[in-house]
Design a protein around this ligand. Structure first.
Ligand SMILES: [Zn+2]
Length: 303
């Protein structure tokens, strides 16, 4: 089950959610992860099972309660969209109840379809969602990846039951599904290029890239796996950032620790050259590094 859970988390980290808005308002649409949080609640509460998630008022109300807590400009409270479009992820199927048995539903549901449509999880997800401990992990993974800034309101929301304790990173030091999901997403948004030196190395015909995904504020501190808390870095620059020798400045340039500038050996001189070089941006503004996270790094530069 461990491998299947990891695989599931990796898939949830890579949901095709769509991006909306421009400039500072640009962001990923929250609908698919919110629907999955809703489904976790419904299963926890005995109101759904992994093979029968009914399209009904209970589902829409829970979705809307979550939606109110995370919505941004341009987002609309439309549970019918993820209920339909989640099918494109390959683990969700929607059916209409008919006298002849379930028939695949190809269109977006309407309110009047309540009780006549249901979805089911497939492709291994059904097994993962059936287990309460797994659902706890999945919920925290969805919040860490899509809504880290709203974690406190999501976990105190009335729709979330009290047994859902704050995330305990100590309990899963490895978390391979989470790590792999974060690495892939960050590498993708930087097109597999180091945000410091621009190095891009990929094995041909494979999705193995040499670039790492570095957390700006470490996960154990932030519980934040949103790509805006990450940078794609080559091994050298990842190493240097983790040792507080280099840091991305909110003005979009690199700053280098004075330790490096004053004690130049050949290797250090190489790193010191990064001073004031541009921080390469991600391909989409929705994932630009968070200003508070960059400040966190700059503040910790070795003096
Ligand atoms: Zn580099």
């Amino acid at each position: 089950m461990g491998a299947l859970l990891d695989q599931t988390i990796e898939r949830l980290y890579a949901l095709n959610v769509g991006v909306i808005g421009t400039g500072a308002l640009r962001h990923e649409r929250p609908h698919k992860p919110l629907l999955l949080l809703t489904v976790l609640d419904l299963i926890d509460g005995g109101l759904a099972t992994p093979d029968c998630i009914e399209w009904n008022a209970a589902l829409r109300e829970r979705f809307s309660a979550y939606f109110e807590k995370v919505k941004k400009a341009d987002d609309r409270d439309t549970p019918e969209n993820p209920f339909h479009y989640l099918a494109s992820e390959g683990f969700w199927q929607v059916f209409r109840r008919t006298p002849a048995g379930p028939a695949p539903q190809e269109t977006t549901p309407l309110v009047r379809d309540s009780g006549q449509l249901f979805a089911r999880l497939v492709d291994g997800m059904d097994h993962v969602f059936a287990d309460a401990a797994n659902r706890h992990r999945l919920r925290h993974a969805l919040v860490a990846r899509y809504f880290p800034a709203q974690a406190s309101v999501l976990f105190t929301a009335p729709v979330v039951r009290e047994e859902l304790l704050p995330y305990d990173a100590e309990a899963e030091p490895e978390a391979p599904g989470r790590s792999a999901g974060f690495r892939k997403k960050v590498a993708e948004v930087y097109d597999h290029q180091c945000a410091a030196c621009g190095l891009r190395l990929r094995l041909p015909g494979s999705d193995i890239a040499l670039v790492d995904a570095a957390h700006l504020i470490p996960f154990a501190v932030s519980f934040n796996d949103h790509p805006s808390n990450g940078l794609a870095l080559c091994k050298n620059h990842h190493w240097a950032m983790d040792r507080s020798l280099i840091a991305p400045h909110p003005e979009g340039r690199w700053v280098v620790s004075r330790v490096l500038i004053s004690h130049r050996s050949s290797g250090e001189a190489e790193l010191a050259k990064l001073q004031d070089k541009p921080l390469l941006p991600p391909g989409d503004e929705a994932f630009r590094p968070a200003v508070n996270a960059m400040r966190w790094r700059v503040k910790r530069l070795a003096a």
